[in-house]
Ligand binder design. Structure first.
Ligand code: TXA
Ligand code: MG
Length: 339
């Protein structure tokens, strides 16, 4: 039986829906929960069996750790062992509640499976009122990866969750489209230096205004664990190729191809290709907001190929380009010869 999909307006949360979601979570069930980034697939983070069922429902390898969600900083001691190091405290003060995940020492009561056996755990305090209300009502920290099947496009609407996981979970709470549209920024620490493991809704440049920060370099940062970064991720079912900003596709062969590019910058396209705007490069937040919905709609339109052009921009453009390049298995074409 498909999971019930219960409406819960963001500006006027329905207390009966919140209580039902909380009781399913307390009983060890799986609930899809709206957050400001993407929908999460929630379970009680302190319940080993419930955590295991997240991995099963998603088809996710046990080596890819989960983020634990708390309602307020007061819940952090149930998840994190000891005090926050100084740069983590500065970032939590600046961005929580919000789309920032901090990777910190795991409290012994958090099952090792949550963090794929690592001594560190990702923790985040989401800003979405529905997510906060459900965590508070459940009274326990909630482990929640994005509510999609492993490797597929993340969900930013309840209908996306229903299509991906509706037959595998207990409940879907629907608060409409997510506001940010890309996942949280994941930050680890190397002494006083913050290290961005995953670009996300909070730009690197913003973090740099609070603490010293750099992006992870997976070839030299061997002491910092950065699991869960498959080259192919966030992917449509249709073969997808990523191309550089300003790509010229005009001399490519004809075909049933969807070309994802930017408003006002539509290139000359070969026969049979159609243009799908990701938005205007001058409004990157709007592109992030719609990104997964546009990718998903291009996918269900069933072309023979999807080609997605990078923004080539900094700020939130880093997160958009990270997702677009992984949708294309992290291979980036510079010219038609590379397609
Ligand atoms: O915005 C988000 O973060 C969403 C919403 C639901 O909160 N969640 C999300 O979870 O994106 P997920 O499972 O799709 O991505 C979690 C990623 C892992 O793949 C890994 O890259 C990183 O977060 N991560 C989690 N725990 C970690 C840890 N202990 N050490 C290093 N990286 C970790
Ligand atoms: Mg995910």
């Amino acid at each position: 039986m498909p999971a019930p999909l219960l409406p819960c307006p963001t500006d006027n949360p329905d207390s009966a829906v919140i209580e039902r979601a909380a009781s399913v979570l307390r009983a060890g069930g799986l609930v899809a929960i709206p957050t400001e980034t993407v929908y999460g697939l929630g379970a009680n983070a302190l319940d080993t069996a419930a955590v295991a069922s997240i991995f099963t429902a998603k088809g996710r390898p046990s080596s890819d750790p989960l983020i634990v969600h708390i309602d307020t900083l007061a819940m952090a001691p149930q998840v994190v062992d000891g005090d926050f190091p100084t740069p983590a405290r500065i970032l939590a003060d600046a961005y929580w509640p919000g789309p920032l995940t901090l990777v910190l020492p795991r409290h012994p009561t958090v099952p090792a499976a949550v963090a794929s056996g690592l001594p560190l755990v990702g923790v985040r305090c989401p800003a979405h009122p529905t997510a906060q209300a459900i965590i508070s009502a459940a009274g326990v920290p909630i482990a929640a990866p994005s509510a999609n099947r492993f490797g597929r496009i993340s969900p930013t609407r309840a209908s996306h969750v229903a299509a991906e996981l509706g037959d595998r979970i207990d409940l879907i709470v629907d608060s409409g489209p997510c506001s940010a549209g890309v996942e949280s920024t994941v930050v680890s620490f190397d002494g006083d230096m913050a290290v961005v493991l995953r670009h996300g809704a909070i730009p690197l440049e913003s973090i740099a205004s609070h603490v010293a920060v750099r992006s992870i370099d997976t070839t030299s940062d061997t002491a910092i664990a950065s699991p869960g970064h498959d080259e192919r991720h966030y992917s449509p079912g249709i073969p997808t190729t990523t191309v550089i900003a300003g790509f010229d596709p005009s001399h490519a062969p004809p075909g049933n191809v969807r070309y994802l590019g930017y408003e006002g910058e539509e290139p000359e396209l070969p026969a049979g290709w159609s243009f799908v705007p990701l938005g205007s490069r001058s409004d990157l937040d709007a592109i992030a907001h719609d990104l997964y919905d546009v990718l998903r709609r291009a996918d269900v339109a069933a072309p023979t190929r999807i080609i997605a052009e990078l923004t080539g921009e900094a700020g939130i453009g880093r997160a958009i380009d990270d997702r677009l390049s992984r949708a294309g298995s992290s291979r980036i074409a510079r010219s038609v010869a590379d397609l």
